[in-house]
Write a protein that binds this ligand. Structure first.
Ligand SMILES: [Zn+2]
Length: 227
């Protein structure tokens, strides 16, 4: 398949979510004792994965933001954890995604939408790139969420200008780090076991695929790689 030219490993969304649940089961995460939280881009073409997560884990907590960068802070994580089923410990799993388009000609960042033959994704990351490259001369966006996201990304890239694929990976890394840092504080005071499962959604033709990225479980201050 065409995707093979670009990516070593990718899965259909449903397979990715099923596989993650299988792996998490070995560490005691089950439908009845776990709540899932999801952090992905607000973009409508990303939302298909939610149904798969809901089918496996039940109702989920939604952390979504522009570009899918975690921006809910400690308070968001605390509320989420407090909604986890009662038990010996609170069990939560974060699903974290950023996303990118790919068309049949191999153009990165290009995707289809309902009624739109040629569109782009991720719009928020492309906006950010255009700002760095100074293509975008419009008045700067004052939306607080976008300001937060751009600050985080600028810190990470310092003076470089990554391409869109690299920026998509950086954005995911920023998001996962943000969650890990937030959780570091919270697991100190409460009995919490958490997992983070991350990937990049690729919109190719009319379907979404996921490139698996860092995934781990944190239990008793130990980080266990899920891959
Ligand atoms: Zn997006």
């Amino acid at each position: 398949m065409f995707m093979d030219k670009f990516f070593d490993k990718y899965l259909e969304e449903e397979d990715f979510i099923n596989l993650s649940a299988e792996k998490l089961k070995k560490y005691g995460f089950e439908h009845n004792n776990t709540i899932a939280g999801v952090c992905l881009c607000r973009d409508e073409i990303c939302q298909s994965v939610l149904l798969k997560i809901k089918n496996l884990w039940g109702d989920f907590f939604n952390f979504s933001s522009f570009a899918g960068i975690y921006s809910s802070g400690e308070i968001g994580a605390k509320v989420f954890i407090s909604h986890a089923p009662d038990g010996e410990e609170k069990r939560v799993v974060f699903y974290v995604f950023t996303h990118i388009g790919l068309d049949e000609k191999g153009s990165i960042g290009i995707c289809k939408r309902k009624g739109i033959e040629k569109s782009t994704a991720c719009g928020a990351l492309i906006l950010f790139l255009n700002e760095i490259l100074n293509f975008d001369k419009r008045e700067k966006e004052e939306n607080p969420e976008l300001i937060f996201i751009k600050q985080k990304l600028r810190k990470e890239i310092s003076n470089r200008t990554p391409d869109l694929m690299e920026l998509t990976k950086i954005a995911l890394h920023v998001s996962c780090n943000e969650i890990e840092r937030t959780m570091e504080n919270l697991v100190k005071s409460d009995k919490i076991v958490y997992a983070l499962v991350s990937g990049i959604q690729v919109h190719y033709l009319d379907k979404n695929y996921i490139l698996p990225m860092a995934s781990f479980v944190v239990k008793d201050n130990k980080k266990i790689d899920l891959r």
